[in-house]
Design a protein around this ligand. Structure first.
Ligand code: UD1
Ligand code: CA
Length: 454
């Protein structure tokens, strides 16, 4: 007996006022639909069907990395009609779980619980208690407190409208039964739609056991119809991630001003100041400090390193006990060995900085291999690009590069070499020498400043 998940995603999402299909709007930089697909995968679903309608090609392209089966619902005739589009593909022995592409935060644990309490021939229904149940389908129970049906807002009696237990729309049943119940649906109701919810009435009259579960948090079953709800769920998601980090021993100066758009692995005793954004996969080792307004993307920050405010680190590796920033930019392929220092307004691209080496002020280091204990002076530029090709700069251990030096690559600076400030170095420099290439200073004693013509 396997599990098939059906994700409904055919709705137009008019209230988003967007040319992007609703289910592709992101929570934590990831399409809502992707959240639901990944949660389905975490349940080890054998098949995941996505029922699509509007913007089908855009949605398929965006989700092309995922092994989902696409089923078109040409006309949106209701949730029951949507699920029925998949009927012909379902194995009778499978369990079927219904999820929604615009209900992104549904959690693995809640669904796992729902599937495990469901009787083999019964129905599992996820419900919730709402202070204001307006708009939702209401859960109707008999004198024995057994669920007998769901009634939609527009079809409900005065008495039923007072029910505060609502249908989240998430349910699970055996595929054979589900197909049978779907085939019996009619659109004879206030909205002239084929309601998925009517299968609960059929299950009850067929004498099946309908069990209910509730989510751990209401946000799990909240749907997104407009950008305001999207923003709210984004905040909920971020606060949940932040709390996990706090519990793991990370100090977040303000958990409300912290955003993860990817995965983060953080050792205890890391401090993260306000407005830090995490993208892709980031690893931060113990004792590290991440300053305010910093963006960390696909990078590793070593133990006890300090990233000062307003730095951007992208696809780079920072060793332990390094300092970076403020206002530093480490671009893809950068590696700082332990105790390296990168200061303000320094850009590093595809370069290795050896242990104990420093570039503390205003520099561009691209395609360079820099040894240990090198000092790169203020204003140093590796001229790595000749307009067509990129070239390498190699600097030996202990070299001292004076301020305002241009290193015209390809070029190698020897170990222990000293480059005089203001030099343009276009030929290799030997070990242990002083090399200066600037014009000799001279004085012109009788020179007169120009005066303004009258
Ligand atoms: C539905 C439930 C209601 C429940 C509520 C929870 C029914 C009849 N009612 O109502 O009991 O309280 O959800 O939010 O199921 N969709 C399709 N194709 C369609 C119609 C809908 O794919 O033909 C998708 C929509 O994109 C959406 C979801 O199904 O993601 C729910 O549809 P919607 O019309 O919003 O359902 P409600 O009327 O809110
Ligand atoms: Ca509707």
């Amino acid at each position: 007996m396997g599990l098939s998940v059906i994700i409904l995603a055919a709705g137009q999402g008019t209230r988003m006022r967007s040319s992007l299909p609703k289910v592709l709007h992101p929570i934590a930089a990831k399409p809502m639909l992707q959240h639901v697909i990944e949660t389905s995968q975490s349940l080890n679903a054998d098949s995941i069907y996505v029922v699509y309608g509007h913007g089908g090609d855009t949605v398929k392209t965006a989700m092309s990395d995922f092994p989902v089966k696409w089923v078109e619902q040409k006309e949106q005739l209701g949730t029951g009609h949507a699920v029925d589009q998949v009927s012909e593909y379902l194995n009778d022995e499978d369990d079927v779980l219904i999820l929604y592409g615009d209900v992104p935060l549904i959690h693995h644990d809640t669904l796992f619980e729902l599937l495990s309490i469901k009787d083999a021939s019964g129905v599992g229904l996820l419900t919730n208690i709402m202070v204001d149940p307006t708009g939702y389908g209401r859960i109707v129970r008999n004198g024995d407190n057994k669920v007998t049906g769901i009634v939609e807002q527009k079809d409900a009696s005065e008495e039923q409208l007072a029910i505060t237990e609502i249908n989240t729309g998430i349910m699970a049943a055996n595929a054979k039964d589900m197909k049978n119940w779907l085939s019996r649906l009619s659109d004879d109701n206030a909205q002239k739609e084929f309601y998925l919810t009517d299968i609960i009435g059929f299950a009850s009259s067929d004498g099946r056991d309908i069990v209910t579960a509730m989510p751990n948090d209401s946000s799990e079953v909240e749907g997104v119809n407009n950008r305001s709800q999207l923003a709210q769920l984004e905040r909920t998601y971020q606060l949940t991630r932040a709390k996990e980090l706090l519990e793991g021993g990370v100090t977040l100066i303000d958990p409300q001003r912290f955003d993860i758009r990817g995965k983060i692995t953080v050792a205890p005793d890391v401090t993260i100041d306000v407005n830090v954004i995490i993208e892709g996969e980031v690893v931060i080792e113990t004792g590290a400090y991440i300053g305010a307004n910093t963006i960390l993307k696909d990078c590793t920050i070593g133990a006890n390193s300090e990233i000062k405010a307003n730095s951007i680190i992208d696809s780079a590796k920072v060793g332990s006990s390094c300092t970076v920033g403020p206002f530093a930019r480490l671009r893809p392929g950068t590696e700082l060995k332990n105790d390296a220092h990168i200061g303000n307004f320094v850009e590093v691209k595809k370069s290795v900085l050896g242990s104990g080496s420093k570039a503390n002020h205003l520099a561009y280091i691209g395609d360079a291999e820099i040894g240990e204990k090198v000092n790169v002076g203020a204003g140093t530029i590796t001229c790595n690009y000749d307009g067509v090709n990129k070239h390498k700069t190699i600097i030996g251990d202990n070299a001292f590069i004076g301020s305002d030096t241009q290193l015209v690559a390809p070029v190698t600076i020897g170990k222990n070499a000293t480059i005089g400030a203001g030099s343009t170095i276009s030929k290799d420099v030997s070990d242990d020498v002083l090399c200066i290439s600037r014009v000799k200073q001279k004085e012109i004693a009788d020179w007169k400043r120009p005066v303004k013509k009258k």
